[in-house]
Design a protein around this ligand. Structure first.
Ligand code: 3HC
Length: 311
């Protein structure tokens, strides 16, 4: 059964086709997908916090409405991704419990503080911009539910990135203080956004296998460099600069290059010792407890419905 299953799995991957939840798959394939998709879902949910802090402080009704819509989208992305992960055999409760217990990873980027309104622009333009760079190739991931979830997520991310760009453009064309606030936010979010793509390729234990299984289509460094190139074009339109003197386009390799990143800081953040890790988890725990009554009510209602149907 396993030999036949493995042969079929290998053929589907070789044909660059899709593995669906009911198909036989190697335990390690299931494990790495559960790992990545659950972490991706956690990132979306935790990622709501830095921006949620600014909904009540938005400078206009228009900005408040746009930011609310974006944060709601992120919640939806989390739900699609938890659903995709559940098809691999782990329940949402198990995934949520792991996050609440501080045992689950989520993207490093959300452990940084959003200090000013301009951070809403920098997060939209840079963090969602990086997310798009990373997520477009994931639309072709070999695991069906993940790839399909990414199609919808990427459509909404484009709106997130555009609204962030527009916030920065408005500030950059505003008073000198507003322009400085925008430049300060870009300076603070640049390096953490580049580290979102993961460690350098020679320090990325999952990449080789993940690429062999058509989950990861491009390496961490490849996508990071592509993202630097995208920002270099757009930052000129913003009339701002990126805080990295070493960015250049290498005519031989035809690749963008950037200055060194602080991987010690990255590993500190992953170890839970970043600027906001404790606060983000605390908030998640509070929200989970505050929402217990909703989950209980929904479960009680579902039970009643089921009892009615079986009468
Ligand atoms: N934050 C936290 N952990 C990270 C990380 C990051 N930015 N980058 C890497 N890691 C972890 C990996 O999870 C892995 O640890 P693990 O084995 O315990 O899971 C370890 O560091 C080594 O990294 P690898 O490169 O070997 O791991 P991957 O092959 O999984 O690559 C990745 C890392 C590129 C982030 C990949 O997991 C991925 O593409 N994930 C899906 C995308 C994602 O999670 N994006 C989150 C962005 S936030 C977001 O989308 C919200 C947006 O709407 C704003």
């Amino acid at each position: 059964r396993d030999a036949e299953g493995q042969a079929n799995f290998d053929r589907v991957i070789a044909d660059d086709s899709r593995i669906e939840p009911k198909d036989w798959m190697p335990a390690a394939y299931r494990k790495t997908l559960l790992r990545q998709i659950s972490q991706h879902a956690h990132s979306e949910i935790i990622g709501m916090q830095p921006e949620a802090n600014w909904i009540s402080r938005a400078p206009s009704l228009k900005r408040k409405a746009i930011l609310m819509a974006k944060v709601q989208d992120e919640a939806g992305h989390g739900l699609y991704l938890y659903s995709a992960a559940e098809t691999l055999g782990q329940s949402r409760d198990e995934m949520m419990d792991a996050l609440i217990a501080g045992k689950a990873r989520y993207s490093s980027i959300f452990n940084y503080p959003a200090r000013t309104w301009a951070d809403m622009g920098a997060i939209g333009w840079m963090v969602d911009g990086a997310a798009i760079c990373n997520q477009v190739p994931l639309c072709r991931a070999s695991f069906g539910p993940y790839g399909r979830a990414m199609v919808r997520v990427c459509k909404e991310e484009s709106f997130h990135q555009r609204q962030g760009f527009e916030i920065l453009l408005e500030l950059s064309n505003g008073t000198p203080e507003q322009k400085q606030m925008a430049q300060d936010a870009v300076n603070r979010w640049y390096a953490p956004a580049l580290m979102m793509f993961g460690p350098p390729d020679d320090d990325s234990p999952n990449s080789k296998q993940s690429m062999a299984w058509n989950i990861k289509r491009f390496s961490n460094d490849e996508l990071r460099n592509r993202f630097v190139g995208m920002m270099m074009e757009q930052v000129k339109v913003l009339g701002l600069t990126l805080p990295d003197e070493e960015i250049r386009f290498n005519e031989e390799t035809k690749k963008w290059e950037h200055g060194p990143l602080d991987w010690d800081e990255f590993h500190e953040v992953l170890a839970g010792r970043g600027p906001c890790n404790a606060q983000r988890l605390e908030r998640r725990r509070e929200a989970h407890d505050d929402g217990a009554w909703v989950r209980e009510a929904a479960a009680a209602y579902a039970e009643k419905q089921q009892a009615k149907q079986s009468m």
